[in-house]
Structures are given as C-alpha cells and as structure tokens.
Write a protein that binds this ligand. Sequence first.
Ligand code: PEP
Ligand code: MG
Length: 311
Amino acid sequence: LQRRQAALRDQPGQLRDGRLVGLWANIGRPAEARLAREYGAEGIGLFRTEFLFLDRSAPPDEDEQYTAYCAVLDELPGKPVVIRTLDIGGDKPLPYLPLSPEANPFLGVRGLRLSMQRPDLFQIQLRALLRAAFRGDIWIMLPMVATPADLAWARAQLVEAAAALAAAGVDHRPDPPLGVMIETPAAAVLADQLARDAAFFSIGSNDLAQYTLAVDRGHPTLAARYPSNDSSVWRMIDLAARAAQQAGIPIGICGELGGEPDAAPALVGLGLHELSMAPARIPAVKERLLQTSWAEAQAAAARALAGWREA
Ligand code: PEP
Ligand code: MG
C-alpha cells in the first residue's frame, strides 16, 4: 500500500486518457508547505495570509511578510505559489484595524474592500510579494473582487508598489501574475470583462456558494438543502470557465468543492486546469481523476449544470 501511495504521489494529476490536471494545495501557514510537498502537490493554489495578521497588536512589516512568502517558495522549489492578499473583514476584528460595526459583515468591508480602506497595509503586502516574486514563481490573488473596477484599483496599486521598490533600488519582479478569486456572483457574471486584465482565475466555491444561494456558509441547518454543489453554483463556475478559455488564461478552484473526489470530474469537464485543496485530500482526488476519461468528465459537467440531484 505504501509503495502504491508513493508511486501515486510522484505522478502528475491526470485523467485516464492523459489530460493533465494540476493538483495543488491550500495552506494557511508556511509550515504546511512541507505537508503539501509530502502529498505530492504540484503547486500552492491558495496561501491564506491571514495568519500573519491575526493574534497580534500591530500589523506585520514588509520584511516579516517577505520571509514568510520565501519560506513557502523554498519548500516547493520551482513550483507556482498563489498567495492571496489579506482576506479579513468585520467578523474578525483586529486591534490595530478598527472597523465600523456592520450589520452584515459578509456583505461589508472584507477582502479587497478592506485593502481599499487601508491602502497603506496593502502597499506593504504588495511590496513584500513583489520582492518574493523575484525569488520564485509567485502569483498574487485578490479576494472578494466584485467588479472590473476592483481589479483596476488593485492593478494600479501593484504598479505603485513596483515603482516604490524600483525607486529604492530593491530587487523585485514588477509584473508577477495578478489574478482574481471568482467568489462573488458579480465576478462570475462579469468574468469576460475581468479576464481582460486578470492573469488567472480561481473559484472560491465557499463564498461563491454562499453569495449565489444567499445562505450563510456556516449555517447549521440550511447547508443540506442548499449545498455548494447546487447547479446554480456550477453555472457560475461555468461562466468563469468559459470566460477564462475565451481569454486564454488558466482557471482553478481553491474552495472546498475542489477537494471533493465526487466533484472532480465535473470541475475538469468544465475546463478547470487546476484543483487546489487541503494537502491530505490530494491522493483521493488524484485516484478519482485517474479513473475518469475526458468524455466522462464532460458528461459529469453536463449533469452538474443540469442539476445532479435528480430526486
Ligand atoms: C472560498 O471562499 O472558497 C475560499 C477559498 O476562500 P475562504 O474559504 O478563505 O473564504
Ligand atoms: Mg472566500
């Protein structure tokens, strides 16, 4: 069994008939990058950077962030590492970041919207990311994008951060891939417009389901009736996948749905290039894909769009 597991770990994610599917890992701390490698992750599809900001009285400075990002690169040499900018909101108050109380924090200042409110913090994070991108294959990912104007704002911020580093003579890569999470219905619906200026998409199915179905993602009783594999969510994913294909940019998923073996064939059938998940879920998803042909994946996608709960 162990030999089978080691052999599985060392082969790339692919369908039975050879179509390659990147199997990447989600991590929340640099130390988890090692686990990702041990489970055979071909990249990091989501590095949540919230850990740097939580449980402390002052925000992390540029060097501390740079060190954390480089630690992940060092663990997975040569592999792509998608780092998400700070994704926090009114539901998780930070002492150094006073936010006005909100009646609906999930519909309020969270993700990129918080960065818009605190561009000083965003600049520090972007500078750290651009410096780390000089050392390895870093992709920068924006959470909670709703409109093309959100992306344009972030793009201008990135240009500003690169200019500051250039002026100071600091080693950096000015133009790493800048991508967006598709986790609001607006982003899915306007994916064709976002794709003009985004280098990649990643489906945030946890929030995309929450906002599409209008059901709190942690709701104790409604999840069974409104699951994140509802056909409404699949249709949102399909919109983004078609836009990505049209624009020729890669699209992946980093929400929980991406780590479900039962969802994997349909995700690939819709045209996703990469599935990112908790490291321990990689082997089961890999096994499932190895049993699936491209024709079967496409059939699974068609069923998902039609509504696969026939009962
Ligand atoms: C998501 O929303 O699917 C996602 C991956 O981000 P998070 O779970 O951190 O909100
Ligand atoms: Mg999210």
